[in-house]
Design a protein around this ligand. Sequence first.
Ligand code: HEM
Length: 492
Amino acid sequence: MTSEPRSTTGTAPTPPPGCPAHGPGPGGLHRLYGPDADDLGDLYERLREQHGPVAPVLLHDDVPMWVVLGHAENLQLVRSPSQYTRDSRIWSPLLEGMVKPDHPLMPHIAWQPICSHAEGDEHQRLRAAVTAAMSTIDHRSVRRHIGRSTQGLVNSFCERGRADLVPQFAEHLPMAVMCEILGMPEEYDDRMVQAARDALKGTETAIQSHTYVMDALGRLTGRRRARPEDDFTSHLITHPAGLTDDEVREHLRLVLFAAYEATANLLANALRMVLTEPGFRAQLNGGQMTVPEAIEQSLWDEPPFSTVLGYYAKQDTELGGQRIRKGDGLLFAPAPGNLDPRIRPDLSASMQGNRSHLAFGGGPHECPGQDIGRAIADVGVDALLTRLPDIRLDCPEEELSWRASIASRHLVSLPVRFEPKVQQDVDLPPRAMPLPPQRTGPRAGTPDGAPAPAAAPRPTATRPAPEPFHPAPAPAPSRSIWRRLLHWWRGE
Ligand code: HEM
């Protein structure tokens, strides 16, 4: 049933506290925070039933907002720049002082001089520089780098027989790749991964962590302004749009954080699906589904950004049967949009071959990094599964936990087990190589013979692992290589 048309900026009568007739928030509106929002997926479905494809909701401090639940309506929102803008400075609750400077969603809301918040000519100027710099990326060498980084990360835990794929893999791989693409491979390490994670989580140390990342991006901007090279940052700087140093730094931050957060989520979600849904694994093993198809299914079912805050109405208009007033705010919402029963009447049906999901947005702000995000996930998951074909979840599925916010839902941890494997040359194609038999017995410090606890992830090809290296054989090894391999295998 569709609700009565109304504007979210209208003054809603405030019901007495606890009044059951008025639902959980002022005006009977549902809150996208607090106890009402324990399960946002479930709440979106209830809202869809109650209001149809566009529903009025409340953000923190009961600030009114629309959430767009329909697939077609989400596309209409992002593809109508004459009606909706991403510039929050026209948002009525902000102009009316309802949104305080310390509002928890301020980092998403506050206008910044970056392409995601700009529109019209200014958007075109900034976006042209980003798109042009993106188009100079050599995708073959990026794929090679993703492969090498994956090999390095797997080397850091393969001998232990267990790992936590969120902190040791999903959160590292995108950072390794992005530091290389931006032109600062030397900055990739545990500290940079932790800083980005911390800055995005908004913890107490978020400001210091943010400063740490910005300092690195500032140094990079200065170096490339003085002497451009052939990397993303240099092309951003030398683009005819003439970005200032501040604009360059802000766009490097946008690209680094957008890529890191979205791709880490995508990797974790896709691996979780492969590990917990038997049909998925069977189809991958049986060749009925490729890894890129599995990634695409994950983009449908669990888009890395559940919603994007926000779009703002430039004029009075109508969307999904709701009257939208000039200055109203709307949440672009890929997560419920991808589950719209009008396009997916049966959620268990495969979406193979259909890429019309909303995970990368659409319209003028459509994600310019989607090919890179997909490449990191495709190459990374494929190489990981090739190296560790017997990988399995190391806890009951019900024990997996997520950290959820309006913007995204992150898996906190993904513990896995597998038979220990030898390390492998990061420059060779991935292969499954079990440890020699004598190395799989009980080890010092692990009385029951269980593998030692997983170590902190060790860096990749750019930072070689300090442990002795056990190379896997090349595809067509010569006799002398075989002999050496045999010696090593026998422990001679
Ligand atoms: C799988 C991974 C990714 C997903 C799901 C994703 C998703 C998105 C979404 C939903 C938006 C907002 C669209 C809108 O406002 O309507 C966006 C914007 C953006 N993304 Fe991505 N992204 C991913 C990876 C990347 C990567 C790897 C990069 C950079 C290399 C990147 C760079 C950007 C930038 C610069 C914007 C702002 C564009 C603008 O406002 O004009 N993203 N992304």
